[in-house]
Design a protein around this ligand. Structure first.
Ligand code: TYD
Length: 203
């Protein structure tokens, strides 16, 4: 039986990455075989593209095309084969991030996004997408507290991140059965409880 494809999304500082491994372990404890991966990245080529994408200034359409180029490679080399073997795949960000960041944040034409999505994964959408949602100020505070070097996206102004957040929420409205909101302005324990409930619905 084909495995399930779960993606994690949210604005920078939403804290989603700390829950990815925890969810993988929860699923493994149920006897499932689980692969954890991320975008941009996930393959050798994808990780090299990530370096460029997170650090080099570039034209919006170049950025979008590279996101989807890396995704094509990721699907062909890792995601599709794993799902076909019956493994579950948890991916930290996928195409909803392009919708939110390049579309909402930077203003990419929606039809260009839809054309690329259709080209690269016409027949595949995540079975479940968890959107870690929280107010911008709380996310910013977490980034400041982490006290590390900020990448190109994290350095964007607050209005950029607000547009990213709104674009994510719009996308949930458009895909209510695939996407679920996790209230990320909460304790670790509470967030895990929310994840358990949502996951139970697809296990
Ligand atoms: P992120 O996944 O948040 O990694 P980390 O937790 O190490 O900071 O960083 C990836 C960044 O890439 C994030 O700011 C969102 C951005 N991004 C896009 O702009 N478009 C995309 O399609 C993807 C997948 C990510």
């Amino acid at each position: 039986m084909r495995g399930k494809f779960i993606t994690f999304e949210g604005i920078d500082g939403a804290g989603k990455s700390s829950h990815v491994e925890w969810l993988a372990e929860l699923l493994r404890s149920k006897g499932l075989s689980v692969q954890v991966t991320r975008e941009p990245g996930g393959t050798e080529l994808g990780e090299r593209l990530r370096e460029l994408l997170l650090n080099e200034p570039m034209h919006l359409e170049t950025e979008t095309l590279l996101m989807f180029a890396g995704r094509r490679e990721h699907l062909a080399r890792l995601i599709e084969p794993a799902l076909a073997r019956g493994e579950w795949v948890i991916c930290d960000r996928f195409s909803d991030a392009t919708w939110a960041y390049q579309g909402g944040g930077r203003g990419l034409d929606k039809n260009k996004f839809l054309a690329l999505e259709h080209w690269v994964h016409e027949h595949l959408q995540p079975d479940l997408t968890l959107l870690f949602d929280l107010p911008l100020e709380v996310a910013r505070e977490r980034i400041v507290l982490a006290n590390r070097v900020l990448d190109k996206f994290e350095q964007e102004r607050a209005d950029f991140h607000e547009r990213v957040r709104q674009a994510y929420l719009e996308r949930v409205n458009a895909h209510p059965s695939r996407m679920r909101i996790i209230d990320a302005d909460n304790t670790l324990e509470n967030i895990r409880k929310q994840l358990e409930v949502v996951i139970a619905s697809i296990c």
